[in-house]
Structures are given as C-alpha cells and as structure tokens.
Design a protein around this ligand. Sequence first.
Ligand SMILES: [Zn+2]
Length: 277
Amino acid sequence: MSWASYLQAIKELQQQEIKELEKRVNRIKSSVETTEKRIDDFPEIHAYLQKHFPKINLGDIPIYMTSPRVMDRNGFEDAGGCYINYFKAIFVKNRIRVKDSGGGRFAAALYKKTSCAIDPEDVVMHELMHALSARVRSGAGARFRNNEEEFVYTNCVDFYRSKGRSDEEIIKTSFLPFCIQDAMSDKDVMLGFWSQLGIEFPVRKDYTKVDYEKKVQRLFDNNASFMATAIFDAAMERSFKMIDLHNKYGRQQIHTNTSPDFDPELRMDTIDMDCDL
Ligand SMILES: [Zn+2]
C-alpha cells in the first residue's frame, strides 16, 4: 500500500509513460466492475477528516472501487489501493487479501505471521490521507517516502481506534507491511540478525547480480523461521513506537493548533521517525 515511492517515480516519467498510465487508469474507470464514489459515501471517514482537518476539502477526489481482477490486470497487483496525484484520483480493490509475496520458505514463514484480512474502507482512509497530504503539501518541496507514509499511518490511528480496534489489531491490519519493509531495509538491524545466527552476510561486489540474489534467497530460506520471527518482532516494535510517538507528540498538535492548515507541516517535522528509530 505504499505508493509514495510510486508517486515520486511518476514525477519523473516521460509524457509517453503518463499516457500509458492514463490508458490503464481509464480501463479501470470504464470497467463495468468499477463504481465511482466520493468521500461522502464514507460518512465515518468524512466525519473523521472534517474533525481533524476542517479546512481541507477532499470532496472533489473520485474514489474508484473495483475488483482485484481489474486492478491486477492493469498493473496494480501489488497494492490494495493507490492515490495518483497526477490524476487526483484514488483506486481501491473492493476485496483485499494480503498475498504470499512469492516463493520460498522465508516468504511463506513471513506470510504465515502477517496474513490477515484488510477492510477496503481502511485502504480508502489511507489513500485519502495521501490525497490530503498532497494537497496540504503541494509546492512544499521534496517529500520523503518514509515521512509521507508515517504521516498517513499515524493520522489514521484514531480512525481505526474509533472502530473499536486495539493498537495491536491496528498494527496487524495496517502498519505491518510498511514496518516490515522498513525493518528489512535497515542494514544494521538485518546484519544484527545474521550475526546472531553466526552468518556473515555476502558482500554484493563479490558476486554477479544473479548469483548474489540466489545466495541471499538461499540464506533467507535456510533460516526462514528465525528470520521471519526476528523481522516480525522488529516490525511490531517499530509500529508500536510510531503509535507511541504519535500519541505523545503528533496528536497533541492536531487538537491544540488553531490553524489546521499548518498542522500537517508541523507534524511532519514532529514525527521525523528516522531520528528515533
Ligand atoms: Zn501509503
């Protein structure tokens, strides 16, 4: 569900590629399986955003809900949904299942720990928060993927709580894939796990690309259970920390700042997670 990097990439696309994307997007829009909705069709989300960001109106953003098949066919198989800033539109699958991300014992072990059903409305909430962020931050300069996702995830927490979920449930149905990716891209953390196993991780420059990938895959698969558990635990810890920091610093500003237009900017700075994790 992390499409901020995708948005970043779109900026750099050539006109031709944008046309290509437009074709795919138009195919989704015109499918008989697609229904177009607006924020008003999600009264709970609408009320939540109005309460927390009263000056920002997202009523003009179309939300296209469609079958996983239509999304997959048009190149969106990896995501439950996405917000595409170029088109100012949201696309969401109406049924979401976290898929086993490929072959191998490691992927299977991680999948077993993390798989859960995701409510499409949660994805609508998430993508609307990206739309909100884009609107508030337009012209604000460079955006960093992690900051963007943290902004989105943490600002959705109270909404998920209002549905009666515990923090742990919120993490499992929302934060976890992002935090797993975050943990796995943290070199120090990963090298720490390998050293606990007494394994010296291969150095990229010593191998060809294909050999290196094979070797890494083999290492993960041979230590699937340990690595899946270690990464899962690290991701859970990060998720709880994100919520904790949001409780301590992030949310406070939302309620006390009398100029909501400035809120997200201030809060982006407040929850600069890189320093804390
Ligand atoms: Zn996202």
